[in-house]
Design a protein around this ligand. Structure first.
Ligand code: CIZ
Length: 317
């Protein structure tokens, strides 16, 4: 397809999505890690915490969650009466996959008397084993609200858990999981970029390895990093998280420069989550048209999993 044909096709596709959304009584939520044109079409964009908070307030019967499977599950658990669609049913999560419910149940059984905190990047079945769900936006403040002598299991991200342990001086027991995108950021390339851009600040997500976090000026969730970049006087940032967030950063601060930190093993300048990027405009159109793929969570799991999610939302007020 020639460039002008491609542009016309893209515009027609976006119009079709807007028309179908209206026809089907749907609302589109997109995570910051989605590709830019999906974020631009969405009614709401945000991180997992914001998307969960928004999902509960919606009047529409159909929610299209442009993100990965666990995000769709969270929306379905919070809004069981609604249809929740995710454009690509294979949009999973390496971190969620690193913590299977049976294994996690055994880990919990082996360490009784612990409060179980699970990062939102987990299956509904793991959430059902959990006392409080956390996201990268609220994990630190939720841990700080627990008694100082509380014994805590934190799963599945060892990097986020380790970061919280270092900040709080706690000794949470960590599940040994990680996100394949955040684990792969190159320390050597970060040092090179810092040398070449001494005027830049480094923004890093707490799912990154400790050594990357130690070289960062600001550590936080996508929402925190975005807000910081908007409010800071600094004009240049090296960004160590999934590259989708750069879209909103560049859009809201066109006068600032955002440099994605590359992974160790790549010649490309960015770091994409292959699962997040499975969602496309075509698949968004098709899921609206067909009402498929829809997220289902069995009633027993959902009734257990909703409690730690509600607890998180309550503790985040
Ligand atoms: O909380 C989320 O949505 C995740 C997975 C990352 C972030 O910081 O937004």
């Amino acid at each position: 397809m020639k460039a002008d044909e491609k542009a016309t096709y893209g515009e027609e596709l976006k119009e079709e999505i807007k028309r179908l959304k209206k026809e089907k009584g749907a609302v589109i939520l997109a995570h910051y890690y989605q590709q830019g044109d999906i974020q631009d079409l969405a009614d709401f964009i945000g991180d997992s915490l914001a998307l969960a908070q928004i999902a509960r307030t919606l009047k529409e019967d159909v929610i299209v969650l442009c993100g990965v499977h666990f995000m769709g599950e969270t929306a379905k658990i919070l809004c069981p009466e609604k249809t929740v669609l995710v454009p690509d049913e294979n949009a999973g999560c390496s971190l969620a996959d690193s913590c299977q419910a049976d294994d996690f149940a055994k880990f919990i059984k082996d360490h009784p008397d612990h409060t179980v905190l699970s990062y939102v990047n987990t299956s509904a079945a793991v959430k059902a084993l959990t006392d409080i769900v956390v996201t990268s936006s609220n994990a630190l403040s939720i841990v700080n609200k627990l008694p100082e002598d509380a014994k805590i299991i934190f799963g599945p991200d060892r990097n986020l858990g380790g970061y919280i342990n270092r900040i709080t001086g706690r000794d949470m027991l960590l599940w040994n999981g990680a996100c394949h995108v955040h684990e792969q950021f190159s320390v050597e390339k970060l040092i090179e970029l810092k040398k070449a851009n001494p005027d830049a600040e480094v923004l890093a997500h707490p799912e990154c390895k400790k050594v990357v976090l130690m070289l960062a000026d600001v550590v936080g969730s996508t929402a925190k990093l975005l807000k910081y970049s908007q409010e800071s006087d600094c004009k240049k940032f090296i960004v160590a998280t999934e590259s989708g967030i750069l879209h909103e950063m560049r859009k809201s601060c066109p006068d600032k420069e955002f440099i994605p930190l590359p992974p160790t093993d790549s010649t490309c300048g960015c770091n994409d989550c292959s699962y997040m990027k499975l969602n496309t405009l075509e698949k968004l159109r098709d899921c609206l048209k067909n009402g498929y793929p829809a997220i289902e969570v069995d009633a027993e799991t959902a009734s257990k999993a909703v409690k730690p999610i509600e607890r998180m939302l309550e503790m985040s007020k």
